[in-house]
Each structure stands twice: as structure tokens, then as C-alpha cells.
Design a protein around this ligand. Structure first.
Ligand code: ADP
Ligand code: ZN
Ligand code: ZN
Length: 734
């Protein structure tokens, strides 16, 4: 019999696949691309994924090993997800085995079965037994069984094991009912379910404004739709109604959000609108829960799936819609390993599935905005706040001639006082946690620096420690200078903890709530703090960009931006776009209901034109100006970029490695290879870092140049001395 060779993607960081021998006599129809196969690899046993089947091989036939076991009958990833992964592996130049693996929940990577026959517990009759029978069955004495029976009768669709578990019903209770023949386990069949309005909704939908109706009807066409709506303009309401339409046709909706833990309110809105279960993929799930959710989505029993970045790979039984909320958010781009953009993959997946994709933002990314202008995406603008809330008014407070009290100008302090006096809440924003970014010795001029990074240590007063925000190193401050032992150490500059302390002095009777990654480290901390805020007592909220994300705090009427300048002066051309987005997002927290909102922005450069444009003319003109600049300098989205980064323990090695690549790569007129240059922070966590930038007008030529360079890198004699990575469409240039 002719041997059959299997081309298998193996989850290792090598950019190629491997050939194995198929089990003898296996029927070829069982060898579908996308199935999982257990294989020997070196001394390990790994789970690979079948890419293709071949009758011949270029490798040494003697050395080709047989597989251990074919795991699946059906592909673990459906055809579209499989193609999406292959595309992503190619586009992001990441090893295909790792890409396919990262699309799967952990337990599936370990060989767990795709299907679990989902058993559903249902009642065997439609009414509760009569008194006599209750007595005979001893049900009066088992209140738990009785209450479960009650529930099953009220809910003819029955309950799955995981639903029972979630409602804390023990298996003894369900067994009791089954023994009494009052309930039975049935197998569910994966079917798209058509819901009626009454079945679906817990609460009525709102009457849409004209703008919202237009956005909704646009969003029912296949294609990508950008909903560019100011904060509070009712984008979420549009998503909810678009999803409702999809569910009524028996289809599923996938919703991608930046960070679930930070915005419990958004998830809550979905849950309170719909009666059906909303499946939330958050980081707190156990591996089993995650697999459960994956299965439910794949079988169609979960109709709404909300998740962060990696949820873009969730299989859907009958896909109807993908929503990407806050599409501009940088968290959609993975920053290590397989550096994909979940937003861009969502758009591609939507095209492959031929379903609509909604991208929503008050501050769209320049890429999406320019795609909307060029007609690639449809564009709906929501310019009004439907619930009568007026949009916030912005005030620049020039601080160049003011004496600041720990960052606060007298005008800002007065403004905060006014808002608090009226019984409102004030949000004070600074995008730097800790107490102060610098600790200086006034005697000798020593500054606390990280020994492992080219960076200063941030002073954290509450734990009297210095922490490096780049590598996490922490040292205690003993009160004396490390250089001259003087005790004249002074913290310079501002962090959120320092603002909190200053505000405590300025407003001793006020409740102050600090929100930054230090204060919400504990589980559910954010949920608890946001509950406190929503309760509405006058309070000052102090925090970082965590406070800017999609929250709806009805009593905040003043947002105070303590320092806007740092964001506007950066070497990264994307910094201005990000600062503009952040400023409007945080400003959007002011005046979300009937009380008008004010945003006060402190700056030493109140005449800075781009800042004025943003505030006076709005995001769209701001974005158009940035786009004009990007065209002029051939920057993305009018060109494409990729970065190869390298780091090594010894100085100079990363530079040497990248120089070799730059030298050996074929010169092409249409791709610029810039550098290598040492990274902005040359040393980080003890490693010396450098980078090589690729830039080109044409995606395809850039890709082929990049892939040639990667080939050279893999063969390089220095490759063993460095850690290196490829980043296509980088969001961070440094
Ligand atoms: P966004 O997602 O754009 O920030 P939301 O959907 O959260 O906006 O809406 C902001 C507020 O406006 C919410 O309180 C919401 O209930 C309300 N709202 C949205 N659409 C309408 C509408 N058509 N009529 C009345 N209120 C609305
Ligand atoms: Zn000193
Ligand atoms: Zn460090």
C-alpha cells in the first residue's frame, strides 16, 4: 500500500510544518485538514493540527515517524477559522502551529474532546404532581428536589449540567428527580433557535433616534460598518438592537470588548437586556469553564458571546454578527508572541463568513476612519446624546504662569470645589500610577534608577518602595540616598497616589476613590469601586486611563486632566492620536445624564494648535489633520510597517544581529528598511534591545521582503545569542 504523509502544524516556535506517516489502512476521508493529531516530537508528545495530506515527501522517508493517534473525527476549527488562522500565520509571520494553538482553549490543546454530548435535564411532565403523589414520592421532605422540579416545569428547555452547577444544584438533587421519574436527561441537538421578541427581552428596547436607526439599518448589510458616535451617543443601544435582529433569525452574535474586568457595566447592559444567557469569556474562567463556553458557542446553544481579543477565534454554529466595541483600543493588538490584531481579524472573519461587522468608537483609529472615508467601510455618525445629556464643554487651563500646588492650579482647585459643593462627583485624571516618577537626592543629585532598565524608578509612598514600571523590580526606600547617605530625598513629579494625597489635604472631608492598576489588583476590586461610584455620593475619583474606558458614571460632572502635555511630546508619531483618543474618552465620562459636564485640561502650552483643534473642532477634524500629515510623510494607514525587534544580554549583540539582516536583505525600491537603531529604552529588564523597521507602500512587497529577512534571520550565526520577534502593523513603535 502506498504510504500517506501528513503535513502537520506543530506548536513550536519554528516557521515550518512537519511530515508524519499516517496510520496504515486509515480511510482517507478521516484525514480532514484541521483535525488534531497526537505526534511524537523529539522526546515529547505534542498535539499537532493536520494541514494537508500528501502521497510523497521531500524528506528522508526513513526518518519520517508515524503519528501516535488521530484525535478528531471532525476538524477542531471550522473551515473559516482554519483559513483565518492560516492567513494570520502568513500575514503576521508567526509559526503556524503556534497560531492554530492560540486559537484553541487550553484543554483542547491538551487533547480534550471537541464535543461533549450536552445532556439536558428536563421534566417528564408539564405540571407538578398532586398532593397525594407528592406525599407518595416523598417530595415534601426534599425541598431542593421540589424546587428544582418547579424550575424544570417552568422552563421547558431544561437545564444543562453547567447551568445546574452554576445554580448550585448538586447532582444528588437531580439524581433524586431522575430516580423518581419526574425528570430525565435528554441529548440536545445543535440547532439555531429563533427567538421571539417576548422570549428575548427582559426590558424594552429604546426608541432609536434618526441617527441610530440609520446606523442600525446600515449594520444589517454584510460588510464592515464604522459607527463613529460621540461618547454617550447610544452606540451600545445600536449594538443591542442589531444583536436582537440577529438572534431572531436564529443566529449568534460575537462581541469583542477591550477589557471585561474594567467595564462590568457594559456586560451588565447585555445581560439585563436579554433573557437568554450571555456567555462572557473573561480572564477569571477556569480551563473547564472556557472549554464549556467554547462548546456552547460551537453548538449554537450560546447565542451571545462577549470576550476580549482572543474571543475572535470563538467558533460559531451560525454566525450572524461581529461587534468590536471601542475599536481604537490598543488592547485588541496582542503585544507579545503571536502579535495579531483582533479587530483586523474580526473584519476579515466577517468577510469570510459574509456577515456584518460593526466597529464602534467615539474616537476611531485612523486606519478605520480612513477605510470609512475611502468607502471600504460604511460610516454612520452619531453626533447627539439621545438621553438629553448635553456634550461636555472643554476648558484649557494654561499653567505656564501659575504656581501649581502638587500639580493643581488654583483655578482647577476652585473648579473642583464648585462641582463638589453642588453634590456632584469629580474625576481627576493622570496617566501615571505611583506617587512620583522620580526620587531625587537634593544633596548630591542622585536619582533612583532601575539597575536593569534605562529608566527611573517610580516612588510608591504607601509601601515606601521604588518600583520599576518596565521590569517590575522593587526595592525598599530606607530614607537615605544610595550614593551619599543623605536623608534629603525628595519625590519629584506626579503620580496618582500623590494626587490622592494632595486632594486629601485640599478636601479633607471628601471621599476619594483611586483607580489604577495598583488599587484594582484584587479580584472584583473594580466592580466594587464602580459600585461605590455609581451610588452617587459626592466624591473625587482619581485615576489613570483605566477610568477612561467605557464607564457610565452618572454623577460625574467634572473631569480634570492634570497634565496633557506628556502625551503630545513623544517621538512616536502615534502618540498624538492616542493622546487625543484618551482625552476625549476620559472627557466623555463627564455629564452622561441630565447634569451638564465640564472637562478642564491643564497644559503649559494652551496654544498648541493640534490640542486646540481637538477641543474646539472635535475628533473628526483632528483625525483629518493627522491623516493629512500621515499622507504627507507616507505613514500608516498610507503605508505599511513591520518591526523586527531583538534583545540580548550583551551590549551590541542585538544591533549586530539586525545590522546583518539589514545588510543581507535584498534592496528594493518599494520597501524601506530603516535602522537598526537601539530601542527607545535601550536596556530593559537587563537586556539590550534594538529594532529594524520596514516600511512600504504596498502590503505584498513589504510582506515578501519581511519574509525573506526572517529566512535570513533564522540562518544567522548570531540568532542563538538573541531573542527576536516580528511585529506586523505595530501599534507601538518603540
Ligand atoms: P455609547 O455606547 O455611545 O457611549 P450608550 O449606548 O451607553 O452610548 O448610551 C448612553 C445613554 O443614552 C445610556 O444611558 C442609554 O440608555 C441612553 N440611550 C441610548 N439610546 C437612547 C435612545 N434612543 N433613547 C433614549 N436614551 C438612549
Ligand atoms: Zn545623595
Ligand atoms: Zn526595570
Amino acid at each position: 500500500m502506498k504510504p500517506v504523509y501528513l503535513d502537520i502544524a506543530v506548536p513550536i516556535p519554528i516557521r515550518r510544518s512537519f511530515h508524519y506517516r499516517a496510520p496504515e489502512g486509515i480511510e482517507s476521508r478521516r484525514l480532514k485538514p484541521g483535525i488534531r493529531i497526537e505526534i511524537p516530537f523529539g522526546r515529547q508528545t505534542l498535539t499537532g493540527i493536520l494541514l494537508s495530506v500528501d502521497g510523497k515527501t521531500d524528506y528522508d522517508v526513513e526518518k519520517i515517524k508515524p503519528v501516535i493517534r488521530i484525535i478528531d473525527d471532525t476538524p477542531v476549527l471550522d473551515q473559516i477559522l482554519f483559513r483565518l488562522c492560516l492567513w494570520a500565520s502568513d500575514y503576521y509571520q508567526h509559526p503556524v502551529g503556534e497560531v492554530l494553538h492560540s486559537a484553541l482553549p487550553t484543554l483542547l490543546r491538551q487533547g480534550e474532546a471537541i464535543h461533549q454530548s450536552v445532556s439536558i435535564l428536563t421534566a417528564t411532565r408539564q405540571a407538578l404532581p398532586d398532593e397525594a403523589e407528592l406525599k407518595r414520592l416523598n417530595l415534601k421532605r426534599s425541598p431542593r428536589q421540589f424546587s428544582l422540579l418547579h424550575r424544570l416545569i417552568a422552563n421547558p428547555q431544561g437545564l444543562t449540567r453547567s447551568e445546574l452547577r452554576r445554580q448550585e444544584i448538586s447532582s444528588a438533587v437531580s439524581r433524586g428527580l431522575v430516580d423518581k421519574e419526574l425528570a430525565e436527561w435528554i441529548e440536545s441537538r445543535p440547532t439555531g433557535k429563533h427567538f421571539s421578541t417576548e422570549e428575548l427581552r427582559n426590558e424594552p428596547a429604546l426608541d432609536l433616534t434618526t441617527e441610530q436607526s440609520r446606523a442600525l439599518s446600515d449594520s444589517q448589510q454584510p460588510g464592515t460598518h464604522l459607527i463613529f458616535g460621540i461618547t454617550g451617543s447610544g452606540k451600545t443601544e445600536v449594538y443591542l438592537q442589531a444583536i436582537e435582529g440577529v438572534l431572531k433569525r436564529g443566529k449568534q452574535a460575537l462581541v469583542l470588548v477591550p477589557e471585561i474586568g474594567l467595564t462590568p457595566q457594559t456586560v451588565q447592559r447585555f445581560k439585563s437586556r436579554f433573557q437568554i444567557q450571555v456567555c462572557v469569556l473573561h480572564s477569571g474562567l477556569t480551563d473547564h469553564e472556557r472549554l464549556d463556553a467554547w462548546r456552547q458557542a460551537r453548538q449554537g446553544s450560546a447565542a451571545i458571546i462577549i470576550g476580549t481579543r482572543s474571543a475572535v477565534f470563538t467558533p460559531l454554529f451560525s454566525p450572524g454578527l461581529i461587534v468590536v466595541d471601542e475599536e481604537h483600543d490598543a488592547s485588541f493588538k496582542q503585544q507579545d508572541g503571536f502579535r495579531y490584531s483582533a479587530r483586523d481579524l474580526a473584519v476579515l472573519r466577517g468577510q469570510m463568513e459574509d456577515i456584518p461587522v460593526l466597529l464602534g468608537s467615539a474616537t476611531p483609529s485612523l486606519e478605520s476612519y480612513s477605510n470609512a472615508l475611502s468607502g471600504k467601510y460604511s460610516l454612520s455618525r452619531l453626533t447627539l446624546r439621545p438621553n438629553q445629556a448635553s456634550t461636555a464643554s472643554y476648558h484649557l487651563i494654561g499653567t505656564q504662569h501659575e504656581s501649581l500646588h502638587d500639580g493643581f492650579s488654583p483655578r482647577l482647585v476652585q473648579l473642583i470645589k464648585n462641582h463638589l459643593d453642588e453634590g456632584n462627583q469629580v474625576l481627576v485624571f493622570l496617566n501615571r500610577r505611583g506617587f512620583s516618577p522620580v526620587l531625587l537626592c537634593q544633596n548630591c543629585g542622585w536619582i533612583a534608577e532601575c539597575s536593569r532598565c534605562d529608566a527611573r524608578m517610580t516612588y510608591h509612598l504607601s509601601i515606601s518602595s521604588l518600583i520599576c514600571h518596565h521590569c517590575g523590580v522593587q526595592t525598599r526606600v530606607l530614607g537615605n540616598c544610595a550614593n551619599c547617605a543623605s536623608d534629603q530625598l525628595v519625590p519629584l513629579g506626579l503620580g496618582t497616589q500623590r494626587l490622592e494625597q494632595t486632594l486629601n489635604q485640599l478636601f479633607p472631608d471628601q471621599k476619594i476613590i483611586r483607580i489604577d492598576s495598583d488599587s484594582i489588583r484584587r479580584k472584583h476590586a473594580m466592580e466594587k469601586l464602580s459600585k461605590d461610584i455609581i451610588a452617587g455620593e459626592p466624591a473625587i475619583l482619581v485615576g489613570t486611563q483605566l477610568l477612561a474606558k467605557g464607564h457610565h458614571f452618572p454623577d460625574v460632572t467634572l473631569v480634570a486632566v492634570v497634565d496633557v502635555d506628556s502625551g503630545f511630546y513623544s517621538a512616536d508619531y502615534k502618540a498624538i492620536e492616542r493622546m487625543g483618543q484618551l482625552l476625549l474618552q476620559v472627557g466623555g465620562r463627564a455629564g452622561r445624564e441630565d447634569k451638564p459636564g465640564t472637562v478642564a485640561v491643564q497644559t503649559s502650552f494652551p496654544d498648541q494648535p493640534i490640542l486646540r483643534t481637538l477641543i474646539e473642532d472635535g475628533y473628526e477634524i483632528f483625525a483629518s489633520q493627522l491623516l493629512a500629515e500621515r499622507t504627507r510623510f507616507d505613514l500608516p494607514p498610507f503605508s505599511y510597517q513591520a518591526i523586527i525587534r531583538a534583545e540580548a544580554t550583551n551590549a551590541g549583540v542585538a544591533m549586530q544581529f539586525l545590522s546583518e539582516l539589514a545588510k543581507r536583505t535584498t534592496n528594493s525600491a518599494s520597501v524601506m528598511v530603516l535602522g537598526p537603531v537601539p530601542s527607545n529604552m535601550e536596556k530593559r529588564a537587563g537586556k539590550h534591545r534594538a529594532q529594524l523597521l520596514f516600511s512600504g507602500k504596498d502590503r505584498r512587497t513589504l510582506q515578501s521582503c519581511l519574509s525573506e529577512t526572517i529566512g535570513i534571520a533564522e540562518q544567522s550565526s548570531t540568532v542563538r545569542k538573541v531573542r527576536w520577534s516580528v511585529d506586523v502593523d505595530p501599534v507601538d513603535l518603540f
